[in-house]
Design a protein around this ligand. Structure first.
Ligand SMILES: *[C@@H]1O[C@H](CO)[C@@H](O)[C@H](O)[C@H]1NC(C)=O
Ligand SMILES: *[C@@H]1O[C@H](CO)[C@@H](O)[C@H](O)[C@H]1NC(C)=O
Ligand SMILES: *[C@@H]1O[C@H](CO)[C@@H](O)[C@H](O)[C@H]1NC(C)=O
Ligand SMILES: *[C@@H]1O[C@H](CO)[C@@H](O)[C@H](O)[C@H]1NC(C)=O
Ligand SMILES: *[C@@H]1O[C@H](CO)[C@@H](O)[C@H](O)[C@H]1NC(C)=O
Ligand SMILES: *[C@@H]1O[C@H](CO)[C@@H](O)[C@H](O)[C@H]1NC(C)=O
Ligand SMILES: *[C@@H]1O[C@H](CO)[C@@H](O)[C@H](O)[C@H]1NC(C)=O
Ligand SMILES: *[C@@H]1O[C@H](CO)[C@@H](O)[C@H](O)[C@H]1NC(C)=O
Ligand SMILES: *[C@@H]1O[C@H](CO)[C@@H](O)[C@H](O)[C@H]1NC(C)=O
Length: 409
């Protein structure tokens, strides 16, 4: 497997000249089917693996893909028609190829700390942040809820191909994958000898409950439905469920304090997903509000005020969570209106636009400094209290030139 993939990776780097991503073929883990570790539609789970090289051969980066959750049967059934619930659909839609960009990229200029690591991306097809483990297949709809089994089967595969001997290991994920990272972090750590440096990075995975901020009832009802659809009541960490209801135990503010393994949070205080999806339910969102969340220039003052209040709740919740945590946390909290960073050059390795008080570092540099103990990175943008539109900033070549100049100085 490794022998087949390596030439593909190198070839794509050489032939493309300047590249901001590298292409890796997607594989199905057929051996997982026998243990019932399958996607919602019963197809085998999928991964993409780019082997480490040079002095990165002992370092492993495992990345959990995100993509929301399904919160009822119809919603999960919808997923079986796309890659978020079916590896068959994933293979067709992506032609069997995944693009590794940002902190998954093999380009040493753009991704200096992690470029030559083994990178193993696990695709998301269970709709439960890799947490479900329901034995019975729903007979009426033919749906299987087995995210936790997929996670376990993938870990066994990783150990089979050598991850157990890692010097450095990083578990990361974005969005629902960022939440999955938080939920699985200590279990991941337990796979290694105590001589391995093991850390976790949750990217845009800090979904706040914020009980005093508008929409708290909606957020609770939504995650209650996720938990009941996927049978997660007994799957959540007992360190939390011994104190709170299962619904509250899917919110990172109640989970993060108990995690023993070093954890880094990459967040926007104006998280686009949370502002768009977790403040008003679809039935309560006015057309005006929809226009505003899609294009900030259409927002009126009271809508901007809601975003400012979200930031206030978000920042206070995050700070209080960090203060309550048993071990130290790293974090990078900016003010750009976006969601998800690690897989994109614009989000992680070249994201100079998130500067402002964040130690003049890109997200990739911040995570690198923290992972290798060069500094304990704890930076939050306290200057901008308005959402910044950072997408219309520059074209890609200009951005990459700025990035090169920045890194080389
Ligand atoms: C990666 O694959 C995509 C389509 O799957 C293609 O458009 C692109 O050119 C490829 N990039 C490289 C660097 O090979
Ligand atoms: C890495 O990225 C830089 C900046 O975009 C680019 O100039 C360089 O050609 C890339 N390296 C490779 C091997 O593709
Ligand atoms: C249920 O899904 C499995 C796996 O995809 C498939 O083999 C089987 O035919 C499906 N059964 C029904 C009743 O649709
Ligand atoms: C690591 O584990 C070994 C044996 O399991 C033990 O002797 C050693 O003290 C441990 N080291 C640390 C730093 O915990
Ligand atoms: C701003 O938009 C909201 C709906 O999102 C609406 O209820 C409110 O009346 C608007 N305010 C002004 C001043 O237009
Ligand atoms: C957002 O609104 C501005 C101002 O009306 C407009 O110039 C821009 O094209 C809009 N962007 C999108 C993606 O609709
Ligand atoms: C950000 O700015 C760009 C260019 O001005 C615009 O097209 C886009 O709609 C804006 N995005 C948001 C979320 O307002
Ligand atoms: C942190 O701990 C204090 C005291 O136990 C508690 O009041 C507060 O709610 C906790 N913060 C979070 C975010 O859980
Ligand atoms: C930010 O970093 C760049 C490159 O490392 C440097 O040229 C610039 O002077 C720094 N800016 C500040 C304000 O420190």
């Amino acid at each position: 497997m490794a022998a087949l993939l390596l030439p593909l990776t190198i070839l794509s780097l050489v032939t493309a000249g300047i590249v901001a991503v590298h292409n890796v073929s997607i594989s199905l883990l057929d051996s997982a089917v026998a243990r019932g570790a399958v996607c919602l539609d019963g197809t085998p789970p999928a991964y993409a693996y780019s082997p480490g090289f040079g002095d990165g051969v002992d370092n492993w980066h495992v990345f959990l893909q995100g993509g929301g959750w399904c919160h009822n049967v119809d919603n999960c059934l919808d997923r079986t028609r796309d890659p978020k619930g079916s590896s068959a659909k994933l293979m067709t839609e992506q032609n069997g190829v995944a693009s590794f960009g940002g902190m998954l990229d093999a380009n040493s200029t753009l991704n200096p700390d992690f470029y030559n690591w083994h990178v193993f991306k696990i695709f998301y097809c269970d709709g439960s942040s890799f947490m479900s483990n329901v034995e019975d297949v729903d007979p009426k709809h033919n749906l299987t809820y087995r995210g936790a089994r997929i996670y376990d089967a993938m870990m066994d595969e990783l150990l089979r191909i050598g991850m157990g001997n890692a010097k450095n290991a990083l578990l990361s994920g974005t969005s629902a994958g960022g939440l999955a990272t938080t939920l699985h972090c200590d279990k991941f750590q337990s796979l290694f000898h105590n001589t391995t440096k093991v850390k976790c990075v949750s990217d845009s995975g800090f979904f706040v409950h914020g009980e005093h901020f508008i929409g708290a009832d909606w957020r609770e009802a939504y995650f209650f439905n996720v938990i009941s659809t996927h049978g997660l009541t007994n799957m959540l960490p007992t360190s939390c469920t011994s104190k709170f209801s299962p619904t509250l135990c899917i919110f990172p503010e109640n989970l993060v304090p108990h995690i023993q393994t070093p954890l880094f949070l990459i967040e926007s205080a104006f998280d686009k997903y949370q502002i768009s999806n977790n403040v008003f339910s679809p039935s309560d969102a006015s057309p005006r509000w929809i226009n505003c969340i899609n294009n900030l220039t259409f927002c009126n003052w009271s809508e901007i005020k809601i975003m400012k209040d979200f930031r206030y709740t978000f920042i206070n919740t995050l700070k209080s969570t960090i203060e309550n945590s048993s071990s130290r946390r790293g974090y990078f909290v900016h003010s750009c209106y976006q969601h998800g960073h690690m897989e994109y050059v614009r989000g992680s390795t070249c994201s100079l636009f998130v500067g402002n008080g964040l130690a003049n570092k890109t997200i990739a540099q911040a995570v690198g400094d923290w992972f290798f103990d060069r500094s304990e990175f704890q930076e939050m943008d306290m200057l901008n209290d308005l959402p910044r539109n950072c997408t219309g900033f520059d074209d890609q070549p200009t951005l990459e030139k700025k990035c090169r100049d920045h890194i080389h100085h």
